[in-house]
Each structure stands twice: as structure tokens, then as C-alpha cells.
Design a protein around this ligand. Structure first.
Ligand code: HEC
Length: 409
């Protein structure tokens, strides 16, 4: 009895102690990597040191395993002294109290070690999450197997992680629930500082579609919008504000009004079935939709509706000579971007370096798609959009506007 209770107490102590240690490391990490102190700016993300013009901010690894040596850390950080020498004035003089110094010291202890790595990075594995259509997952898996067969990347095998709760370094695909610092590479760009896409995301595509409808509408006119139930409320709000700014009213399409509430055009946001429903209800006026959402339904609409159809499509999809289905080309393109950016990031991998590496890709060739170009303010590799009509007899699209590049991220 007694020993059982003693054991329990010991466990509680240990786990409380562990959680406390984690918290102090996390506070130290925050102080080192960001915030007002931002030591990483000069001493490097991993404490590897960095040149600041003529002066070198030294590597800080010597502080690892020095938990007890708070004094020399305090002297350097608060008083600018190292072994009795006054440090160059490039090294700021801080006002860290004892608690903050202890946090910093606890973090310097793990700085640059494996315990300091971003999620999903192992010594010989790299976890990559997937949020792509199930139909393309085998192709992605085969792509990973090819990389792994030649030793992976810097000795790490790529592991496709399908469990959405697992720790991953980056994601192929995108979801609104992703933490914003998880890098993602998706067919259509998501939103967030670490989100990349080969093509514009669905909201950007919808904006382009609206702009085309607005350009064709006389000022003061009304447009009608029919958004499927799964449309993001944000997207609808964005479109409404954009229409208002151009002096045009965007009203919901009421089911009972065959002519779309007197609207001069109707916009459909939703899959093929949704578009078919809209086409059935609305007579006489043009119907705008997104080619990628509507899929092959556009080729089987009644001829009268098909003639009035205006589809917004990513220009990249009209790229000729593609043998594989488009979803597969996009998924493999995402894999190619992932692999290239990992190679450029080096063995000492972190998310910040990885995101930066994608932003450096210019004219990056992807099988069956036009070259991808990224940049710090450009997270869509092939940003162009254009409008197409359908040719039901040939089951193909007919372009009727030039490619527009205005529609960035
Ligand atoms: C603006 C750039 C800059 C920032 C920010 C900065 N340092 Fe420094 N640090 C330096 C430079 C440069 C030196 C070397 C000065 C010298 O050798 O005279 C230095 C020296 C040091 C030293 C002495 C190293 C040794 O081996 O004696 C320590 C410790 C240190 N910095 C820790 C930190 C910590 C911790 C932070 C954040 C709280 C920080 N520094 C933020 C530039 C910076």
C-alpha cells in the first residue's frame, strides 16, 4: 500500500517536472527565435552563428549542456561581457530577469539538437501529411518510393502520413483546419503564409469569375449567385464586397425566379450537380461557373444552357500534351516541388528554410504543366486564369479570353 502510494507520488512529480521543463524550454524558444529579443536573427535558427557585416555573432552551441552556468549567460546577455571581455556593441544589452534567463538557458540546452527540430523530422525519416483526393494517393506513394529507393533526401526517407492527427513536417494538399505554420503544397493554393499551390485556390478562381461577370455587366445591374451548401461563407462575403465596390448588386438566386431575379447573369459555385440544377432553373441569361468544380457535367447540359455557359479555368489546365489525368499531374507536381525544396533546404531542415526554398523556385519545370514560378509574394506557381466556353460535340473547351495574371494569391 505504502510503496504503491509512494510510487504514484513519484510519478506525479516526474510528470509535473517534465511538463514544467517543457514549458520553460518553450518560453526560451519563443524568446530566442522571435519576440523582441530574437537572438536567432544574428545567432541563427539553430544557434550556428552568423556574420553580421564585419562582426561575427558566434555559435551558441557551447552553452548546450551548461544548465548551471547561468552566470556567464547573464553576463553576456545583460552586461555584454564574455570571459571579462566587453562584447561588440552589435550584441544588444538586454534586461532578462532570473526567470527569463533560466528559460533561455533551458532552451540553449536543446538548441540545434534533434529535440529542437520542427515536427515530423526524424534522423532517417520525414513525415509528410496528405490531403489529396484518394484517387491520386497511389501515384504520390509511388513518387515517394522512387525517392526512397535512391536513399531519400539527405538520408531521410519520405513517409506519407495519412493520419490527420500525426505530427508532420509539411502537407501535400490543404485544409482550413491546418495550423498556419504547417507548410502546404496543394493543387489549388490555400490561404496562409506557408500555403503554396500550383494553381489559384478556389476563392481566387471565384474572384476571377466574378470579375469577368462584372466586366460584362452594365453598372447598376444585378447579378445572382447560387452557392452550394459547402461553399465557404468567407468566399461569398468576399464576392459580395467586391461586387458592391463596383456598383453592382450580388443577390442570392431564389429558386422560384426562373430569370434569376432580373439579374443579367447568374454565378454558380458548386459541383457539376449544382450547376445542372442552376442551368435547369435559369433561362436566357449567361451562367458563370468554375471549370474545375463543375467537371465533365458541363458537356452534358442541354444545348441552350451549354451555349450560355462561361467557365473560369486556370490557364495551366489548357497546357497541351498531357498524358496523365489532371488531378494526378497536379499531385505529382506538388511532390516535385516538395522534393526540390527539400533538396535545396539541406540536411539541417526546418520549416522556415523550406518555405524560403519554395519561394526561390523560378521557372520550375513540372511534368504536363507549365513552368511554376514562386516568390515571397507569389505562392501560386501558375497563377493565370482564362474564360472558356464548352463545345459539347467535341467534349472540349474553347478559350474566349486571354490569360489574366492579375488574379494572384
Ligand atoms: C543584432 C545581433 C545580435 C542579437 C539580436 C543577439 N546577439 Fe548575441 N552576439 C552578437 C554578436 C555580434 C556577438 C559577438 C560580439 C563579440 O564577440 O564581441 C554576440 C555574442 C553573444 C554571446 C557571447 C558568446 C560567447 O561565446 O562568449 C552570447 C552568449 C550571446 N551573444 C547570446 C545572445 C542571446 C541569448 C541573444 C538573444 C537574447 C543574443 N545574443 C542576441 C549579436 C547579436
Amino acid at each position: 500500500m505504502t510503496s504503491g502510494r509512494a510510487m504514484l507520488a513519484a510519478c506525479l512529480l516526474v510528470s509535473g517536472g517534465w511538463a514544467g521543463a517543457q514549458a520553460t524550454v518553450e518560453r526560451g524558444r519563443a524568446a530566442y527565435q522571435s519576440g523582441a529579443a530574437a537572438c536567432a536573427r544574428c545567432h541563427g535558427r539553430h544557434g550556428e552563428g552568423r556574420r553580421e557585416g564585419a562582426v561575427a555573432a558566434p555559435a551558441l552551441q557551447r552553452f548546450a549542456g551548461q544548465k548551471a552556468d547561468l552566470d556567464s549567460l547573464r553576463l553576456a546577455v545583460n552586461d555584454g561581457l564574455s570571459a571579462g571581455r566587453a562584447l561588440h556593441r552589435l550584441m544588444p544589452r538586454y534586461r532578462f530577469d532570473a526567470g527569463a534567463l533560466a528559460d533561455l538557458s533551458a532552451y540553449l540546452d536543446v538548441l540545434g539538437s534533434e529535440a529542437d527540430a520542427d515536427p515530423g523530422i526524424g534522423s532517417d525519416t520525414l513525415m509528410i501529411g496528405v490531403r489529396l483526393d484518394a484517387s491520386v494517393v497511389p501515384a504520390v506513394q509511388a513518387g515517394f518510393a522512387r525517392i526512397n529507393a535512391v536513399g531519400g533526401i539527405y538520408g531521410r526517407r519520405l513517409v506519407l502520413q495519412r493520419d490527420p492527427g500525426a505530427a508532420v513536417f509539411a502537407i501535400l494538399g490543404w485544409g482550413r483546419d491546418l495550423p498556419p505554420d504547417t507548410p502546404s503544397i496543394a493543387p489549388g493554393a490555400g490561404t496562409g503564409a506557408a500555403a503554396f499551390g500550383l494553381l489559384p485556390g478556389s476563392e481566387a478562381q471565384a474572384r476571377f469569375m466574378l470579375d469577368q461577370a462584372l466586366a460584362a455587366a452594365p453598372s447598376g445591374a444585378t447579378l445572382a449567385l447560387s452557392a452550394a451548401a459547402d461553399t465557404e461563407p468567407d468566399t461569398v462575403r468576399v464576392l459580395q464586397a467586391r461586387a458592391v465596390a463596383r456598383g453592382i448588386t450580388l443577390v442570392p438566386l431564389a429558386g422560384s425566379h426562373a430569370r434569376g431575379n432580373g439579374a443579367v447573369a447568374v454565378l454558380s459555385l458548386g459541383d457539376g450537380a449544382h450547376l445542372a440544377g442552376v442551368a435547369h432553373k435559369v433561362a436566357a441569361v449567361p451562367i458563370y461557373a468554375l471549370a474545375m468544380q463543375a467537371g465533365s457535367t458541363v458537356f452534358v447540359l442541354a444545348p441552350d444552357a451549354a451555349r450560355r455557359l462561361r467557365l473560369a479555368a486556370p490557364a495551366a489546365l489548357s497546357y497541351p500534351g498531357a498524358a496523365r489525368p489532371v488531378q494526378e499531374r497536379l499531385a505529382l507536381g506538388a511532390v516535385a516541388i516538395l522534393v526540390e525544396a527539400l533538396k535545396r533546404s539541406g540536411r539541417r531542415l526546418d520549416r522556415e528554410t523550406f518555405v524560403h526554398a519554395i519561394e526561390q523556385l523560378r521557372a520550375f519545370g513540372v511534368d504536363g504543366l507549365p513552368d511554376m514560378r514562386f516568390g515571397p509574394n507569389r505562392h501560386v506557381g501558375a497563377a493565370g486564369m482564362l474564360m472558356v466556353k464548352v463545345d459539347p460535340a467535341r467534349r472540349s473547351y474553347l478559350p474566349y479570353t486571354d490569360v489574366s495574371e492579375e488574379n494572384g494569391n
